[in-house]
Design a protein around this ligand. Structure first.
Ligand SMILES: [Zn+2]
Length: 133
């Protein structure tokens, strides 16, 4: 079964130059005491057995009292528990395949978990911010 990594652009304007502590802690390469440069972008990174598109929809629409999310990828699953990160739910804008496409697909969960870390590092090396959990 194939696995995928994905990155979702977060709304930096909405999150501001002082995002939540957990987010800042994962982005030690930034000096949060000073304003960020104009080109700095925020991303959420994850890995999944669903397609990146399906996972994005889950973050946006599969949470709270919602109890029967119909998966839109080849798995055709009905998901009955919350599958939503709060940052993506509130601030997620769109998928950023220019970063993750070269990694996909992968053969094992272990490879995907490593790629999740590598993708986060790659985004930070480009001067952006990345969050995963
Ligand atoms: Zn799916």
């Amino acid at each position: 079964m194939p696995y995928f990594v994905y990155a979702i652009r977060l709304d930096r304007d909405a999150m501001g130059d002082t995002p939540p502590r957990a987010f800042r802690d994962q982005n030690w390469h930034m000096d949060w005491d000073y304003p960020l440069h104009d080109g700095c972008e925020y991303y959420y990174v994850g890995q999944t057995v669903h397609s990146p598109e399906c996972r994005f929809e889950q973050h946006k629409n599969c949470h709270g009292d919602f109890r029967a999310f119909k998966c839109i990828c080849r798995l055709r699953k009905t998901i009955t528990k919350s599958r939503s990160n709060k940052y993506v739910r509130r601030f997620g804008l769109f998928l950023a395949p220019q970063f993750y496409a070269p990694f996909n697909p992968m053969r094992t969960r272990k490879q995907a978990e490593q790629a999740e870390k590598d993708l986060s590092d790659k985004i930070r090396e480009l001067g952006h911010c990345s969050f995963w959990n």
